[in-house]
Design a protein around this ligand. Structure first.
Ligand code: NAG
Ligand code: NAG
Ligand code: NAG
Ligand code: NAG
Length: 604
């Protein structure tokens, strides 16, 4: 039950017999009884603004202040401001005093249900619109009501006071001082300077007998240890050059004297660093990028992500989507919705994200313009999100097709690498043209080699035998096929000219100066350049790269290089013979014709 009471004629509960004994209290009691009857009206009044009857006229009860409770640390100085004056358009302390209003406080201690008068003392005093607690004690906790009244008018409003014990107010870290109030916020640009004031220290000035003093703390930093970058200047703390590690909670203690008593209160300031104001501050759309394309699937949900960068500015900013120039609010279509969140925060620069969710995407949505825009005090930026319909391929078929293709490619790869010679030979045997029908040459192969060397044995015993007897080629070897009479040189040249291929057997002894072999080789090269001969190098033994080999390579006259691999190459099915056959004119092995031709050549 609430009762409206004047300063002198306050209430007493019946539970306070000690007071009843006083004569003055008796008078108050009589008044109280009188008011209690009237206060029935209060209970029946509307809950928002309850009217209760005063001694004359009505009292507007604004209820409890919506700004929340006031906290004070036990043992520290604190105060309550009459919440009526927080609405300066309605109530003004100086004007109300001039108009002859009185300000009266009373309180409802925790656990009591009747309001009590306030006994003013040095510890609890009224100064203008404030009720000071110097210092606060645990018993002060409760609801306080201030009432402003004249003879005909009355208004009142309540505020809750909590006196916190030190351990309740402590934040956690050992460096933290207990503070009952929320931290003040101070923003300092990096590399800049600023002087901070202790919140509320000015209030102590009016109460103090002598100028108040302030001590500053930061992260266990002793006040006397402030460096030249940060120093205490009078009551303020000056930061000359802001750096990252100067961020955090600072504490300041205000000390003052009143009527010979030392009083103190503690406040905290949260210091944060931001990027310099000299940096560009225009916002920008980071995503979608200029050429980003969102692939969308009709009949599914589509998410368009927009990210905007907002450099630090102490002003409002916004990020939003428009569809054909209309905001979601204007559009009022439930298919479109958005969610916003902060992605990063770095010294005041923030990246914000807005995701536009389009439910049940329709084909006609593709024609719409989706723009994401960002804005702050310094600028505006917008960018269009380009949409493209997803080309739908049935994934199973795609997967199978891909797998089959890969397997086929692998098989072909293996087949080609293992059997390419065989394939080539097969191809030639079907489609190759027999050069015997298109030219008038006499020999298929002219074999050039170093005489009186290891190669000679190889040429005469192996190469010739296989080429003639088994493969059916007509072979010309100078020593054997030359006719007596003509000069060696002329004969050599004429034999080479009458051959389809020049087979050069290369060994360490090949191409020694002035030899027959060199002559043959030279004739061969001339023949190649004349366009009617092809040269095959058969490397019988590894030779050091010699100048003439390099020269041949460069003039690109060599058709192929086939290496004799010793024992491995003896079999007719070995790579050596296959490779050689590929380079030699087309001849069908084992055919009757081949046999005839070879015997014919021998008769030559
Ligand atoms: C209260 O009124 C006085 C004039 O009577 C004025 O100077 C003062 O600024 C007002 N205070 C507020 C908080 O509006
Ligand atoms: C009381 O204050 C109101 C304004 O709040 C004023 O209109 C009224 O005249 C005052 N009454 C007396 C008796 O001063
Ligand atoms: C200080 O302020 C920053 C940013 O406003 C906040 O992130 C941080 O949590 C605050 N620190 C404390 C200890 O209150
Ligand atoms: C959408 O953004 C583009 C830039 O990407 C701009 O040219 C266009 O005017 C914007 N459209 C609307 C409707 O805001």
């Amino acid at each position: 039950m609430r009762v409206c009471s004047s300063h002198r004629k306050y209430l007493k509960t019946r539970r306070l017999p000690a007071c009843v004994s006083k004569l003055e209290s008796m008078a108050a009691f009589i008044f109280t009884l009188l008011f209690l009857r009237l206060s029935v009206v209060v209970a029946m009044a509307t809950p928002a603004i309850r009217e209760s009857s005063g001694p004359s006229g009505t009292c507007y009860d604004w209820g409890e202040s919506t700004l929340g409770r006031v906290s004070v640390l036990e043992g520290e100085a604190g105060w309550l401001s009459c919440p009526l004056f927080l609405h300066p358009s309605l109530y003004n302390y100086s004007s109300s005093q001039k108009a002859g209003h009185n300000l009266v406080w009373y309180r409802l201690p925790d656990g009591h249900d009747l309001e009590q008068p306030i006994t003013y003392s040095a510890q609890l005093s009224k100064e203008r619109e404030r009720l000071w607690l110097q210092p606060a004690v645990a018993n002060d906790t409760g609801q306080y009501t201030c009432m402003l009244r004249n003879k005909s008018h009355c208004s009142k409003m309540a505020v809750r006071l909590a006196v916190l014990r030190r351990k309740e107010a402590s934040v956690g870290s050992e460096c933290d001082l207990p503070v009952a109030t929320a931290a003040g916020q101070v923003v300092i640009p990096l590399q800049w300077g600023k002087t901070m004031d202790c919140p509320d220290w000015q209030d102590a000035k009016n109460m103090s007998d002598s100028p108040p003093t302030v001590t500053w703390y930061h992260e266990c930093q002793q006040p006397e240890r402030w460096t030249s970058d940060r120093e205490q200047k009078d009551v303020g703390l000056q930061i000359h050059f802001m750096v990252d590690q100067y961020q955090g909670l600072y504490y300041c203690r205000v000390h003052y004297q009143r009527a010979g008593r030392a009083l103190v209160f503690t406040r905290s300031v949260n210091v944060t660093a931001v990027y310099s104001p000299r940096l560009p501050k225009e916002p920008s759309v980071l995503q979608p990028t200029q050429d980003q394309v969102f692939t969308v699937k009709p009949d599914s949900d589509v998410r368009l992500v927009c990210r905007g960068k907002f450099p630090y500015l102490d002003s409002a900013w916004d990020i939003w989507w428009t569809i054909d120039g209309k905001t979601l609010e204007d559009l009022a279509d439930t298919r479109f919705s958005r969610t916003n969140k902060q992605v990063s925060y770095d010294y005041g620069d923030r990246i914000e994200e807005s995701v536009l969710l389009i439910q049940d995407f329709r084909s006609e949505d593709l024609a719409k313009t989706f723009n994401c825009s960002v804005k702050n005090e310094r600028g505006f930026h917008t960018r269009r999100a380009h949409l493209q319909e997803e080309v739908s391929l049935p994934s199973v078929e795609l997967g199978c097709g891909l797998a089959v293709t890969l397997v086929l490619m692998l098989v072909l790869f293996v087949v080609y690498h293992v059997f390419w010679l065989e394939l080539l030979l097969l191809y030639r045997s079907w489609f190759g043209t027999d050069e015997r029908y298109t030219d008038d040459k006499e020999f298929d192969v002219y074999i050039s080699y170093a005489r009186n060397s290891e190669e000679e044995q190889f040429v005469l015993r192996t190469l010739r035998r296989v080429l003639e007897n088994e493969l059916g080629y007509t072979v010309c070897i100078f020593d054997r096929d030359s006719l007596p009479g003509g000069t060696i040189t002329d004969e050599t040249l004429s034999f080479i000219a009458r051959s389809r291929r020049l087979l050069v057997v290369v060994g360490p002894g090949y191409a020694s100066q002035g030899s027959q072999a060199l002559l043959e080789l030279k004739a061969g090269i001339d023949g190649v350049l004349g366009g009617h001969l092809r040269v095959i190098l058969v490397q019988y033994k590894p030779v050091r790269r010699q100048d003439w080999v390099r020269e041949l390579k460069r003039t690109r006259v060599i058709l192929a290089l086939v290496r004799w691999q010793g024992e491995k190459s003896k079999e007719l099915t070995s790579r050596f013979w296959k490779k050689l056959r590929v380079e030699l004119p087309v001849r069908r092995v084992g055919s009757e014709e081949a046999g005839l031709m070879s015997s014919g050549s021998r008769s030559d």
